[in-house]
Design a protein around this ligand. Structure first.
Ligand SMILES: Nc1ncnc2c1ncn2[C@@H]1O[C@H](COP(=O)(O)OP(=O)(O)O)[C@@H](O)[C@H]1O
Ligand SMILES: [Mg+2]
Length: 413
C-alpha cells in the first residue's frame, strides 16, 4: 500500500485519486503512527506542499526505522536542490508533482524494491536459522565424538628406590609398545635426574618445565611444544635439562598434561623418580596400571615393601599393580619365591642382569631395539604387549583401576 503525506487537502485528494487504495495524512505524527501500525506499507509519497526540511527529517527517520520503505518526494519543480535534499536524506526518487505516470512508476518501483528486500530478509533469516541449526548439530556431534573418543591408558613405573631399573622398564616398554603399532607418549617425571632422553639419544629443546609458559592452559599447542619425537609412534616429554631452572612445572601442570595426553595417545608411560613426590602422586592418581620395579636384594625389597604399604594407605587398589623383578639372577642368596611372598606380589616380568643392558644404555639405544633377541628384550616386549592388551580391553568409562572411590590423599605442605 501507499501512504501520502500532504497537509493541503485538495492536493491530498488529487494524489489519492492518482494512487488507488492509498491513505493520506496531513501531519507527520499521524503518518508515523500509521506506519507503525502498517508494517507492510512499501511507499510514502511526500506531497509538494510539505516543507523540504520536514521531508528530509522523515526520510532520515525512515531510512533507519523502515529501510524497506520507499520515500518518494513530489516537488513542483525538480531542481538540483530537490535532488540534493533527496540524496542526502536517503529518499528513493524525486518526481515532478503533476507527472502522473512518473508518480505511479515510482510507486511501482518502491513496491518491487520492498518485496525484494522482504525476500532477502526472509532468506537471511532462513540462512541464520539454518546456520544456528547446523551449529547446534556440529556441537552435539563434537560432544558425542569427544565422549566416544577412546581414552588412552596411563602406566606409571614406580618404586621408592633409585637404580632399580625404572627408566629401563619405562623406556623399553614405551618403545616396544610403539614398535608394535601403538601411539605412545613417554613422560619423564624424574625432574631431578631424568634419563629417558639420554637412553633414547634425544636432544630435547623443550622439557616439561616449558609448560609453565602456558599459565595452566594446556591445549594442543602447549602439548605439541613440549613433545619430542622419537619415532613415528613414540613421542616423549623430557625431564628438565637444567636443575636451576627458575620456572618449574607444578603438579597441576603435570596433571593437565597427563589428562590431555591420554586423549591424544593410546598409551602414556610415565617414568618417576623413586619418591612419593607431588609429580609421582599426580601420575599415580591418573594411572590405569602402576608398574612396580624392584631388584632382587634386601634394600630393594625393603623399599618396595614400604612403597606397597604407602600405596595401600593411599587407597590404590592392588588389582592395577604389575610387578617387574629386575636382576633376578638367583646367585644372590635371596630366592624369587621368598621375595614374592614377602611382598605379597607375584612378578609379572623377570629380568636378568646383563651386560647388554648397560651396553644399550651407553649407546643411547633401547634394549628392545639394540638387542631385540636378548631374553630381557623379549620379556619387556611381552610385558609391553600385556599392558597394551589391557588398554584395548579395558572399559574406558569406568574409574581408573588404580583408584578406589574417595581415596585418601596425603599431601605434603
Ligand atoms: N638387568 C640389568 N642388567 C644390567 N644393568 C642394569 C639392569 N637393570 C638396570 N641396569 C642398570 O642400572 C642402572 C639404573 O637403571 P635405571 O633404569 O636407570 O634405574 P632407575 O630408573 O630405577 O633409577 C642403569 O645404568 C642400568 O643400565
Ligand atoms: Mg630413572
Amino acid at each position: 500500500m501507499t501512504t501520502i503525506l500532504e497537509p493541503d487537502a485538495s492536493q491530498a485528494s488529487v494524489l489519492q485519486a492518482m494512487l488507488h487504495g492509498s491513505s493520506a495524512f496531513g501531519d507527520m505524527e499521524a503518518l508515523r503512527s500509521h506506519l507503525r501500525d502498517t508494517p507492510n506499507e512499501f511507499a510514502v509519497v511526500i506531497g509538494p506542499s510539505v516543507a523540504a526540511e520536514f521531508a528530509a527529517e522523515f526520510a532520515q527517520w525512515a531510512r533507519v526505522q523502515r529501510p524497506d520503505l520507499g520515500v518518494i518526494l513530489l516537488r513542483e519543480t525538480v531542481d538540483s536542490s530537490a535532488l540534493a535534499l533527496a540524496l542526502r536524506s536517503g529518499m528513493r526518487e524525486v518526481v515532478q508533482a503533476r507527472d502522473l505516470a512518473g508518480v505511479t512508476t515510482a510507486v511501482q518501483r518502491a513496491r518491487s524494491v520492498a518485496s525484494a528486500i522482504g525476500q532477502t530478509l526472509m532468506d537471511e533469516a532462513q540462512a541464520a536459522a539454518d546456520a544456528a541449526k547446523a551449529q547446534v548439530a556440529a556441537e552435539a556431534a563434537a560432544a558425542q565424538a569427544a565422549a566416544d573418543a577412546p581414552v588412552g591408558q596411563l602406566h606409571t613405573v614406580f618404586s621408592t628406590k633409585g637404580g632399580v631399573g625404572k627408566s629401563l622398564v619405562a623406556t623399553n616398554v614405551a618403545v616396544a609398545m610403539a614398535d608394535a603399532g601403538h601411539r605412545v607418549c613417554l613422560v619423564d617425571l624424574d625432574v631431578n635426574s631424568g634419563d629417558v632422553a639420554i637412553m633414547l639419544q634425544l636432544n630435547p629443546t623443550r622439557t616439561i618445565n616449558d609448560l609453565v609458559g602456558f599459565s595452566g592452559v594446556i591445549d594442543d599447542g602447549a602439548i605439541d611444544s613440549v613433545l619430542t619425537k622419537y619415532s613415528d609412534n613414540l613421542s616423549i616429554v623430557a625431564a628438565p635439562i637444567r636443575l636451576d631452572s627458575l620456572e618449574q612445572a607444578t603438579a597441576e601442570d603435570v596433571g593437565r598434561l597427563l589428562d590431555a595426553l591420554k586423549l591424544r595417545f593410546e598409551a602414556v608411560v610415565v617414568d618417576t623418580s623413586g619418591v612419593f613426590d607431588d609429580h609421582a602422586l599426580t601420575a599415580l592418581d591418573r594411572s590405569d596400571t602402576i608398574v612396580l620395579v624392584g631388584t632382587l636384594d634386601i634394600p630393594a625389597l625393603k623399599g618396595l615393601k614400604l612403597a606397597i604399604n604407602t600405596l595401600e594407605l593411599l587407597n590404590f587398589t592392588k588389582e592395577s599393580w604389575k610387578f617387574v623383578l629386575n636382576r633376578a639372577d638367583g646367585r644372590v642368596g635371596l630366592s624369587v619365591d621368598e621375595y614374592e611372598s614377602t611382598l605379597g606380589l607375584e612378578a609379572n616380568a623377570t629380568l636378568v642382569s646383563a651386560n647388554e643392558v648397560l651396553n644399550a644404555v651407553n649407546r643411547g639405544e633401547p634394549l628392545v631395539r639394540a638387542f631385540a633377541s636378548h631374553q630381557n628384550s623379549k620379556t619387556l616386549a611381552r610385558f609391553a604387549a600385556t599392558l597394551a592388551q589391557s588398554s584395548s580391553t579395558s572399559d574406558t568409562s569406568s574409574d581408573h583401576g588404580g583408584r578406589k572411590a574417595g581415596r585418601l590423599r596425603r599431601r605434603k605442605g
